[in-house]
Design a protein around this ligand. Sequence first.
Ligand SMILES: Cc1cc2nc3c(=O)[nH]c(=O)nc-3n(C[C@H](O)[C@H](O)[C@H](O)COP(=O)(O)OP(=O)(O)OC[C@H]3O[C@@H](n4cnc5c(N)ncnc54)[C@H](O)[C@@H]3O)c2cc1C
Length: 476
Amino acid sequence: MKETSVWQGERREYPVLKENIEREIAVIGGGIAGFLTAFCLAEEGRQVVLIEADRLFSGTTGKTTAKVTCNQGNVYADLSRRYGKDVAALYYRSQRDGMQKIAALAEKYKIECDWTETDSYIFSSEAFEQLKESFSVLREAGADCEWVGKVKEVRAKCALKMGKQFLFDPLKFLTSLPVHFEIYEHTRAVKIDAAAKRIMTDRACISAKTIVVATHYPIVNSHGWYFMKLRQSTSYTLAVKERLVDAMYLDEKEDGLSLRPYAGGTLIGGEDHRTGRVGDGGHFQRLEESAKRLFGEVTVTHRWCAEDVMTFDGLPMAGKYAHGLDGVYVVTGFQKWGMANSAVCADLLTDLVAGRKNDYAALFSPQRKIYDSFGDFCSNALVNVAGLFAGYLGIPLKTSADVPLDEGMVVWHEGKRRAVYRDRDGKLYVIGSRCAHMGCELQWNADTHTWDCPCHGSRYDVYGNILAEPTTKRDQ
Ligand SMILES: Cc1cc2nc3c(=O)[nH]c(=O)nc-3n(C[C@H](O)[C@H](O)[C@H](O)COP(=O)(O)OP(=O)(O)OC[C@H]3O[C@@H](n4cnc5c(N)ncnc54)[C@H](O)[C@@H]3O)c2cc1C
């Protein structure tokens, strides 16, 4: 069994940025959002450079389940309650546009990316009032969807079904688009002077009139206060050899099952939780057991975990980074629906940079007033404060001698609070216990053997190398 996603094929390599450069537009982050934004801006003849901390698509984009669909379940009921039916309908139209944009690009460039039309089901086995509400909001918005009773494939009571939705291989798609802009890999932005429009990377500096921060979770803290408005959610995925379903399925519950067929069998996802709140682990095992309960024996070929950025109101954020900060843009908060959303946001940012109007500018504005978010804001703030204090208060009672084989713990080590992992041969791997982003105490994730930050979702390996943003520095 491989501990990687199924989308990791051959990829062209790009150089490291070693010299200072000045360009019209700099995009930071080579996931689907940054790449499509750079692509759309370059299509307009703009001079664009994109920098990526690791390899292109090595972040969440390379670990997605790649359903390209407007059928996003309860989001429509949530939006309708919070902002009204018109806003929910506008979001539906944005997703339809995003889906069509990806389809049009695949067709225009004749990209072979296993583009497949299929039905999409959001199913429910318990209370389904919210899902039914989403169904009626979608019908009013003109969506071609139906309410179905009994979905035998997943033994569910009912489902919201939409036809003409799509599946694809995201890496085959993205790596086949023409690249008419400059790309640097293994080039991490370590500091951004937003006012002076300068990006400091590990080895060089980029000056640009326009900067787009597409780092998944925004990395600039001095503006925009994103660290108070966003959280990250981790999900686990298994690839199994057996073809268990012919359409895409998603349980309406946040931590419920997600299923889709792919060229090598079936992808099974789920077990979502706030990043850093790992509990005792066992997520992959539970996912496999759920699959076995539904389908009998399965043969797992791959398994991996990834996280996505969540907003309080279920809408992504794309637009100006902060009030009064001209020429700096952000794109984030896809809520595990980043395929269609990235395409919509790439067009939106391209329009904003050009000074054009866009139908979705207000909907996705990072400065929008988020209604009914006081509770979410407080609970997010509490988690952040608790994570921060945990890193400073008290001396851990345990020392590195107490760390069992193949486990990680925050312990007292050589007079300091440290995050310590002991491998199966007894060797210790010691790193700082606080996240370099804002100082919250790291948590051991036994499923992935990583140190995860419960506040904003940065992740490190046992050597302290960065696996996921928003941190731009190694452990402290
Ligand atoms: C398990 C899972 C399943 C999902 N399934 C679906 C699905 O079926 N359909 C759907 O629509 N969406 C799905 N999503 C959501 C979707 O995959 C994501 O929203 C999307 O891939 C995010 O893209 P991104 O470009 O914002 O982020 P990323 O792909 O993470 O790209 C950000 C990039 O920025 C780079 N970076 C970070 N910091 C720096 C820095 N300082 N300097 C330079 N570069 C930096 C990172 O290395 C990374 O490559 C899923 C998400 C998860 C977690």
